[in-house]
Design a protein around this ligand. Structure first.
Ligand SMILES: NC(=O)C1=CN([C@@H]2O[C@H](COP(=O)(O)OP(=O)(O)OC[C@H]3O[C@@H](n4cnc5c(N)ncnc54)[C@H](O)[C@@H]3O)[C@@H](O)[C@H]2O)C=CC1
Ligand SMILES: CC(=O)[C@](C)(O)C(=O)O
Ligand SMILES: [Mg+2]
Ligand SMILES: [Mg+2]
Length: 347
């Protein structure tokens, strides 16, 4: 494990150089890894494990996603089973069900957590909010986490491109003395580029804040506020969209992804630099209280409860699809659809 300096703060990081794939294979050579759930993370992690040469099976209930698993080459009765049968066969149970489904399936999973097995999550949710989820593992199993910091879809596509998404890892319970080597080997196996250390609680608090904040919730809120302002002052949809979203994702975001914010600023006009440096503070000050409110809502468990309650409804998928449809059919994103088609590479 390397100690690395992040802007003056030292943290533990594990890289592929110090924990190569061969070592991961050696650590897990006698294990059967069961990936339970085949939604977004399930395919990414199980296919990467399979391609990396691990002994992996999938447990999925019948339905559309079961059929998708078959289409991806998992063979019923050989590498694809019911959730119950996969848990029984596994020595490592990777729980990649939706956070709400983990509650419903917990009695089945728990039944097969015999001594020495490992229980693996990709989120700190189930364990941290145990008063709400009822998920309390027996003391004689390892409880570990690898949380890829991005969509399971990216985990897979980046793996196929020879890249690697970063993941955090944590050990909640080390019953066998092997929890560390198991969790790192799995992290490398699922295709992580590097692994940084956390706890279950810090992972879920930061993850829920991030996705509600800058990664997903805040970004849509901020982009829409500017788009609406431009439209209300008579700018056309294409102009408003291009100055709000298209330029950001196509030109400026790749610059600060590659070399930092000062590099992106340095590659814009002096007029833009002066204005951005002046206006970053009012935007910071206006949003900081909202982020604080969000963090409190995460830490109190309110966000977890809302997610459990809404995702446990029988019609949650229909309601969710309706909300996503409204987003897709909003003027801003309808404009986006036309703009995307105009990109020469899409013609
Ligand atoms: N979506 C992502 O890319 C990321 C997800 N995570 C975490 O990974 C875990 C899995 O998340 P996703 O892949 O998004 O899950 P998902 O929402 O895509 O669902 C996964 C599976 O749960 C199954 N399922 C749902 N309800 C069920 C029930 N009542 N009984 C049996 N099976 C049921 C579905 O068939 C599906 O195969 C979660 O803990 C999540 O927070 C972590 C990082 C990113
Ligand atoms: C993709 C990811 O890491 C998220 C946004 O936290 C999630 O899907 O839960
Ligand atoms: Mg996340
Ligand atoms: Mg998340």
């Amino acid at each position: 494990m390397a100690q690395m300096n992040f802007g003056g703060v030292t943290e533990n990081v594990v890289t592929r150089e110090e924990f190569p794939l061969e070592k991961a294979r050696e650590v897990l050579k006698n294990e059967t890894i069961a990936v339970i759930g085949y939604g977004v993370q399930g395919p990414g992690q199980s296919l990467n494990l399979r391609d990396n040469g691990f002994n992996v099976i999938v447990g999925q209930r019948q339905g559309k996603t079961f059929d998708k698993a078959v289409a991806d080459g998992w063979v019923p009765g050989e590498t694809l089973f019911s959730i119950e049968e996969a848990c029984e066969r596994a020595t490592i149970i990777q729980v990649l069900l939706s956070d709400a489904a983990q509650i419903a399936c917990w009695p089945t999973i728990k039944k097969h957590l015999t001594p020495g097995k490992a229980l693996y999550f990709s989120h700190g949710f189930a364990i941290t909010y145990k008063e709400r989820t009822g998920i309390v593992p027996p003391a004689d199993v390892d409880v570990i986490m690898v949380a890829p910091k991005g969509s399971g879809t990216s985990l897979r596509t980046m793996f196929l491109e020879g890249r690697g998404l970063n993941s955090s890892y944590a050990i909640f319970q080390d019953a066998t003395g092997r929890a560390f080597e198991r969790v790192i080997a799995l992290g490398i196996g699922v295709g992580s580029g590097y692994l940084f250390e956390t706890t279950f609680q810090r992972e879920v608090y930061s993850d829920l804040t991030g996705e509600r904040g800058t990664l997903m919730g805040a970004i849509q809120g901020l982009l829409l506020a500017q788009y609406e302002t431009l439209r209300e002052h008579g700018h056309t949809p294409s102009e408003a969209f291009n100055e709000t979203v298209e330029e950001l994702t196509q030109s400026l975001m790749p610059l600060f992804a590659a070399k930092g914010m000062d590099w992106m600023y340095a590659n814009c006009s002096t007029t833009a630099q002066r204005g951005a440096l002046d206006w970053m503070t009012p935007f910071h000050d206006a949003t900081k209280p909202v982020f604080e409110k969000l963090y409190q809502s995460v830490a109190s468990g309110e966000e977890a409860q809302r997610s459990i309650d809404s995702n446990s409804q029988p019609d949650y998928r229909e309601k969710l699809n309706e909300e996503l449809r409204q987003l897709r059919e909003s003027e801003m994103w309808q404009t986006g659809a036309v703009v995307r088609k105009l990109r020469p590479e899409n013609n």
